[in-house]
Design a protein around this ligand. Structure first.
Ligand code: SAT
Ligand code: MN
Length: 581
């Protein structure tokens, strides 16, 4: 196979001349091709088979132990306009970055195969979708891209028709953490990644294209590329409302997107559209609509069990690639909190010993096609996307943030999104459990200056009067002993219900300085046996703590200087003075 698109053909041959692969393979995206690459990897040991009776078509990949997460300190946005990139990103001038990468790429694919992966982010026939081509020397990347995107011949046809595509070059290099970089060139829609085989660093359609490059493009074109799940909440009467929700990595987006309602609400249904990324466009009627650019899930494995996420647990019994989990003696995948079986081998391939740490790496992942999810929405492939009623922001906060509150306006909602802070998780290298600012859960993913990003968010207010309502949730409040105050998981349905009732104007709320909070009996929780004092602390605010939070947040906003939109400053002042009075 080759291509009619001159630009693509020339780029592929230039990259081949630089990297010197032994072979070149154009991926067609077929099942046969997938199986062929799986067999090749089984042959060289980079995949191992799992128990084919309990887990048909499931495989295990163990990565280099030093290559298990995103590397934010090695991830750069490259432009000659440093201010446009912003202090929220690592920056490098274009020429310096290219020089550095081209030196690393020189001859790096000798002895290897270079795969050409045309892919489409979003349904093939959606006007909101965008295409890219990834060149990689990693067969692991090819099989993951097959599950995570619409890749191969269909995507190439669209690229040849449209002419425009994102160019992503990836090599696993030597997996040396000292020779590892993830570079983005938003002005020329290109990505260069070297030295890592890990998901977010190597599957370039995902965070690199669908968030960092797309967020830059979205600002120019008037849409939003966000780190959000998309779900549909269907009432017993058959009315469905769609919610897009932003949480940092490893804070439960996949679980929320696949939520199974508790027994008491068994006539309600949650449908999954996406679990990680949403592209939001305004249609001609002024309605914000969402598509999920991805076609699969790259989810955190540990903690997944029949209680926490039955849909995911069932989904990953077949047709799944596991990365960095342990194994039982009979070759079933095993991870902490699986609640089934015993580990025999850990994620480093050593025989399991509790003293050596967990059997599965805390950021171990499953990769699986979205079609394996029993709750996959019938509208997930709709080219026009789904209308969004509510946007939800959340983080992992032991203290401070109540269970749920609603913004007073779109502009106030942008402030709430900008104020998201969360404890760090194993999804990125670095210390876990530190609270850091993570506006809109986009700190690692916004491809340009946050100040301009907030201006862009604010600009939507002038374009329509039917914008979604904005909310903030926190499932992670704890008491002094470290016990969670809210049961979470399926019970989060009660919060989603309240959110939709608020959107429809069906339930009252109490106004506070930070937004609207549920009334005493606003949420249906009678059967949950939550102590009244606990419920009170979940649904109220501590003014002193909030004054401190808003003061710290104010200094953070100040760090963006003159670029900070005045409207955001005004919103911040309003909350602060409401807290003072
Ligand atoms: O590793 S990924 O970036 O793909 C997943 C995540 O951290 O959200
Ligand atoms: Mn994510």
């Amino acid at each position: 196979m080759t291509t009619k698109n001159q630009e693509l053909a020339a780029w592929v041959s230039d990259v081949a001349a630089l990297t010197q692969p032994d072979r070149l393979v154009w991926c067609d995206g077929s099942e046969a091709e997938y199986q062929q690459i799986v067999d090749l990897m089984l042959g060289d040991g980079s995949l191992s088979p799992l128990n084919s009776e309990t887990h048909p078509n499931c495989y295990l990949h163990l990565s280099d132990p030093q290559d298990v997460a995103r590397v934010e300190h090695l991830t750069f946005i490259c432009s000659d306009d440093k201010a446009a990139v912003g202090d929220n990103n690592n920056w490098m001038p274009v020429a310096d970055a290219k020089q550095k990468m081209n030196d690393l790429y020189a001859g790096c694919m000798r002895g290897r195969t270079m795969y050409v992966i045309p892919y489409c982010m979003g349904p093939i026939d959606s006007p909101y979708s965008r295409c890219g081509v990834e060149l990689t020397d990693s067969p692991y990347v090819v099989i993951n891209m097959k599950l995570m995107t619409r890749m191969g011949a269909r995507a190439l046809t669209r690229i040849e028709k449209e002419g425009k595509f994102v160019k992503g070059l990836h090599s696993t290099g030597e997996l040396d953490p000292e020779r590892r970089f993830i570079m983005h060139f938003p002005e020329e829609l290109s990505i260069m990644s070297y030295g890592s085989g890990y998901g977010g660093n190597a599957l370039l359609g995902k965070k690199c294209h669908a968030l960092r490059i797309a967020s830059w493009q979205a600002r120019q074109e008037g849409w939003l590329a966000e780190h959000m799940l998309i779900l549909g909440l269907e009432s017993p009467e058959g009315e469905t409302h769609y919610i897009a929700a932003a949480f940092p990595s490893a804070c439960g987006k996949t679980n929320l997107a696949m939520l199974i309602p508790p027994e008491k609400f068994k006539d309600w249904k949650v449908w999954t559209l996406g679990d990680d990324i949403a592209w939001l466009h305004m249609d001609t009627e002024g309605q914000l609509r969402a598509i999920n650019p991805e076609a699969g899930y790259f989810g955190v494995v540990p903690g997944t069990n029949a209680k926490t996420n039955r849909n995911a647990y069932d989904m990953i019994q077949q047709d799944t690639i596991f990365t960095n989990v342990g194994k039982t003696a009979d070759d079933q995948p095993w991870w902490e909190d699986k609640k089934h079986g015993e580990p025999s081998v850990d994620w480093k391939g050593n025989s399991y010993a509790a003293a050596n740490g967990p059997a599965a790496h805390p950021n171990s992942r499953f990769t699986v096609s979205a079609t394996g999810n029993k709750a996959y929405s019938s509208l997930a492939e709709a080219p026009e996307g789904v209308p969004i009623s509510a946007i939800v922001f959340g983080g992992r906060r032991r203290e401070l943030a109540p269970l749920v509150y609603q913004a007073k306006s779109w502009e106030h909602g942008v402030l709430i999104g900008a104020g998201v802070a969360s404890e760090t998780t194993a999804a990125a290298t670095g210390e876990v459990g530190l609270v850091r600012r993570d506006p809109m859960a986009m700190k690692p993913f916004c491809g340009y200056n946050f100040a301009d990003y907030w201006s862009h968010w604010l600009s939507f207010a002038g374009r329509t009067d039917t914008l979604p309502k904005i909310f903030h949730v926190n499932w992670f409040r704890q008491n002094e002993d470290g016990d969670f105050l809210w049961p979470g998981f399926g019970e989060n349905l009660r919060v989603l219900q309240w959110i939709i009732q608020r959107c429809k104007g069906e339930v009252g709320a109490k106004e506070t300085a930070i937004g609207y909070l549920p009334n005493e009996h606003g949420l249906d929780i009678a059967d949950l046996n939550i102590e009244p004092a606990v419920w009170e602390s979940l649904t109220s605010i501590n003014d002193d703590q909030w004054r401190q939070e808003m003061t710290e947040f104010g200094s953070y906003l100040d760090s963006f200087g003159d670029r900070l939109p005045p409207e955001l400053r005004k919103q911040h002042q309003q909350v602060l003075s409401a807290l003072a009075s």
